[in-house]
Ligand binder design. Structure first.
Ligand SMILES: [Fe+2]
Ligand SMILES: [Fe+2]
Length: 324
């Protein structure tokens, strides 16, 4: 049994197309998409239509909720403000009610039970929290408390846009971090008597990887003996090169960059570099601009001057480097 896990496609149709060609070659038994199908790159509608017409299994991510919450009581405050939320407005204007209904019916997490091996839990972050992301070098003491409610020994997460294949155990928690942290201390105590372990996998991002590698990324899990340390599943990561120029060019040709403003431009930067930009900008700006929602343009102009990031991006942008 070979399962392909895709995540964080983020409307990047050219990247998904390249992954589909690779899947044709690899012929997995099942394809599972672990959330964030839409938003950030302008082909969200095409991505939904392709996945709807496939037999792929799909879990919802936090970006689906930006769309689904819009105009409801769950909406973010001030979302009617086109200056601040233009990216979301563009997305709402470019998805049909049928595409929205499809997103509305997706599950938030699921469990796969294949015979003769251990079950796999799939959630965009962790079950119950779709914005919980994990990283390659993150200490076990941070991850274990966040996943200790997961009963299954294998958890497929996503959201952080980096490929992860880690083994965690309550037996390996460090005693030093336990003082003053009762929750961690009780986990550590129980781990000494009845250790629990997890295999945590993030397949990486198809559409906007953030591990410094611009290729479209995914993973295949293959079952092996159920009693192995892997929880019965061996991970193989894939990184597929593709031509990013049509995706980058679509920001302008679709009108998303103009309507989406600074948020769209930050997504564009992340697509160019495969480096985290959005949270860095907001952290930098919040420290300097007390009324950031009203000063977003000024803050972004100041950010460019202070960091030189726009120059850094342009030097790596295939639309400029190829032309130059
Ligand atoms: Fe994402
Ligand atoms: Fe996400």
């Amino acid at each position: 049994m070979r399962l392909a896990f895709l995540a964080d496609i983020h409307g990047n149709w050219p990247a998904l197309e390249a992954v589909c060609t690779e899947l044709e070659r690899l012929q997995p038994d099942t394809v599972i998409v672990n959330g964030d199908l839409i938003n950030a790159v302008p082909f969200s509608a095409q991505v939904i239509d392709y996945i709807r017409s496939s037999d792929w299994v799909v879990v919802r991510g936090n970006h689906e909720f930006y769309y689904l919450n819009y105009g409801s009581e769950r909406d973010v405050p001030e979302s009617h403000d086109r200056e601040r939320w233009g990216q979301l407005h563009w997305l709402v204007d470019h998805l049909s009610p049928e595409q929205g209904s499809y997103l509305a019916t997706l599950p938030d997490d699921l469990t796969l039970y294949f015979p003769h091996t251990q079950p796999i839990r799939v959630a965009h972050g962790v079950p119950g929290h779709n914005r919980r992301g994990f990283y390659v070098d993150q200490p076990d003491d941070e991850i274990v408390p966040a996943i200790q409610h997961v009963e299954q020994s294998t958890l497929i997460s996503a959201h952080s846009h980096v490929q992860i294949d880690r083994h965690l155990s309550t037996a390996n928690l460090h005693a030093d971090g336990l003082v003053g942290n009762q929750h961690l201390a009780s986990l550590w105590n129980s781990g000494q008597q009845h250790p629990r372990q997890w295999h945590l996998v993030n397949p990486g991002s198809v559409g906007i990887p953030l591990n410094g590698d611009v290729r479209a990324q995914f993973a295949i899990l293959e079952n092996r003996s159920a009693d192995t340390r892997d929880g019965g599943w061996k991970t193989t990561f894939y990184r597929v090169p593709y031509d990013r120029r049509s995706a980058l060019d679509s920001y302008t040709s679709s009108g998303m960059l103009e309507e989406g403003g600074i948020i769209s431009e930050l997504f564009y930067w992340e697509l160019v570099t495969a480096e985290l930009e959005v949270p860095f900008f907001f952290q930098w700006a919040q420290e300097r601009f007390p009324n950031l929602d009203r000063q977003l343009r000024d803050a972004f102009a100041a950010y460019k001057v202070a960091t030189g990031r726009d120059d850094y991006i342009r030097k790596r942008d295939p639309l400029y480097t190829d032309a130059g």
